[in-house]
Design a protein. Structure first.
Length: 379
């Protein structure tokens, strides 16, 4: 056969191998990962839980989700930036009592006059978070200049100031007995104990608040993850690892420290609003030094500098006391107070105190690093 009559490959045939080798889009690549299906299965499970769990477990989950939001904020400050804060409970109190004052009506409780503005609940929640951020902004110049133990001692003063105000500003806080929390309402739906039948299941306050808390946790987690993976996150890590080198490279150290302190305060304010809605009554004694220490335990146990670590640590620290209380009759050495055994609250503190020591000694990166370590060993 002559050279002129030799068959040539057509254009579509020549383009076929290149088209086959073209990489898939991000959506198709994500669907091929087993982790994607695990996330989808977990999301579906969380959405279905209110249809099957009783009130105790729903409230335990609500406490864990509220704690996770606050722990994410503290992890942005302490885990990612290296700024030690002992005043996280103060900003939770600002969010909780700010919502009560903004959404509540003026009334009389236990012989005391209680003030309130009576704003719509959704607006009061947003303003309470902004109020916590404003409180953090007032303190942010100090946070921008101090670091380490010096900032920890300075923020510790916020706890004492907050406790004094909460116990004595009775028109705002209700004093020692606290004040009732107005129910949240959105789009005509009130998140109280009024029953709403959904798929033959009665939905009360816990079931309704479950989806509200789940949405707040999802938005908070994705926003924090975006911050950590973007340019601000790299700047925060540079400040944590080497402050002077970060300043030499052009990172405004004081500005970033102040900004992340305000952001952490807003996360704490949102957590305080959710806790108030779950408790249905705010009590000043709850927002003390022990609560701040518990939040530090959360991020250390879960893992510093990661959103997943904050969520895991919050679930461990917040769920453990409630599980021990629920099963105190069947657990060895754990019993109700006054019966000769260890009280569930004491046992929980012993256990997560031991967990902190164990994590520091054997898992410096926290519980979330354990999964990364196992996956690395398999490879």
């Amino acid at each position: 056969m002559s050279e002129a009559t030799t068959p040539k490959t057509t254009a579509p045939e020549a383009a076929t191998p290149k088209a086959a080798a073209r990489p898939a889009g991000p959506l198709a690549a994500g669907l091929r990962r087993p982790r994607t299906y695990l996330w989808l299965a977990g999301a579906v499970l969380l959405l279905l839980l209110p249809f099957y769990l009783d009130r105790f477990w729903l409230q335990a989950g609500l406490f864990a989700m509220a704690a996770a939001i606050g722990a994410i904020g503290l992890n942005l400050l302490t885990g990612s930036t290296g700024q030690l804060s002992m005043g996280h409970a103060f900003f939770l109190a600002v969010g909780a009592y700010g919502y009560c004052f903004l959404a509540g009506e003026s009334s009389s409780e236990n012989g005391h006059e209680i003030s309130g503005l009576g704003l719509p609940a959704w607006l009061a929640a947003i303003l309470a978070v902004a109020l916590a951020g404003a409180a953090g902004g007032v303190f942010s110049p100090i946070a921008g200049r101090l670091r380490g133990a010096y900032l920890g001692i300075a923020t510790l003063a916020l706890i004492f100031i907050g406790q004094h105000v909460l116990f004595n500003a009775e028109p705002l806080t209700g004093g020692f007995n606290g004040r009732e929390v107005p129910p949240f309402s959105l789009f005509g739906l009130t998140f109280d104990d009024t029953e709403v039948i959904v798929a033959a299941v009665p939905f009360q306050s816990s079931e309704k608040l479950w989806y509200l808390a789940l949405a707040a946790l999802a938005v908070s987690g994705f926003f924090a993850r975006g911050v950590l993976r973007g340019r601000p996150g790299r700047a925060l890590n540079a400040i944590r690892d080497h402050r002077i080198a970060a300043g030499v490279m052009g990172v405004p150290v004081a500005r970033y420290r102040s900004g992340v302190f305000v952001l952490s305060s807003m996360y704490a304010g949102l957590a305080g609003v959710l806790l108030a809605l779950v408790f249905q009554r705010t009590v000043p004694e709850y927002f003390g030094m022990v609560l701040s220490l518990e939040y530090l335990a959360m991020i250390v146990i879960g893992g510093l500098g990661s959103v997943a670590g904050a969520v895991v640590g919050a679930a461990f620290v917040s769920l453990l006391p409630q599980v021990l209380t629920h099963y105190s009759d069947s657990l060895p050495l754990v019993s109700a107070p006054g019966t000769g055994g260890i009280a569930p609250g004491e046992a929980s503190r012993y256990l997560y105190g031991a967990a902190v020591v164990a994590v520091v000694l054997f898992l410096p990166g926290g519980l979330t690093r354990l999964r990364a370590k196992k996956s690395g060993e398999k490879k």
